[in-house]
Ligand binder design. Sequence first.
Ligand SMILES: Cc1cc2nc3c(=O)[nH]c(=O)nc-3n(C[C@H](O)[C@H](O)[C@H](O)COP(=O)(O)O)c2cc1C
Length: 148
Amino acid sequence: MLVRCVYASRLGKSHSSKLLNDILETSRKHNTKHGITGVLVATSDSFIQVLEGGRAQVSETYNAITQDKRHSDVTLLSFEEITQRSFEGWSMGEVTIGQLNPSVLLKHSATLHIDPFGMSGEAVLSLLKDVVASGTVVCGNATRGNRG
Ligand SMILES: Cc1cc2nc3c(=O)[nH]c(=O)nc-3n(C[C@H](O)[C@H](O)[C@H](O)COP(=O)(O)O)c2cc1C
């Protein structure tokens, strides 16, 4: 049984590359071991993440993430059963919003400032799929190791 979970959270402080790297390193180790794939998008003041995998594994990981003090206001945007993955290529792909072509953002948002808390789960998922299609997801390749 495969599920997909999409959530958003807020960053107290601004991103540092160390913070992101620490999160991604833990995520990729754990996710590879537990068959979880997905993408983490870092905006200037929020995170958007999609997790796909077995229901128990995704639930457990999401529960751990909600307890993490490095972010706050963790808000579940969607949790659904799926028949196949859409983010199967990444143990945890990384996107910082500045890397994106503005047209990808403007397709889904009134301004270049993405506010996932004001968007439907469906709209956020659609944005994430376009982000992946735009080829801006880096590292965390699920099939070729973490540095792929
Ligand atoms: C924005 C964000 C995204 C995260 N994504 C994941 C993830 O995909 N997988 C994961 O195992 N941990 C992720 N973590 C880290 C977990 O919150 C937690 O630190 C990790 O699961 C280790 O938990 P443990 O110390 O209880 O073993 C994330 C943390 C943050 C702040």
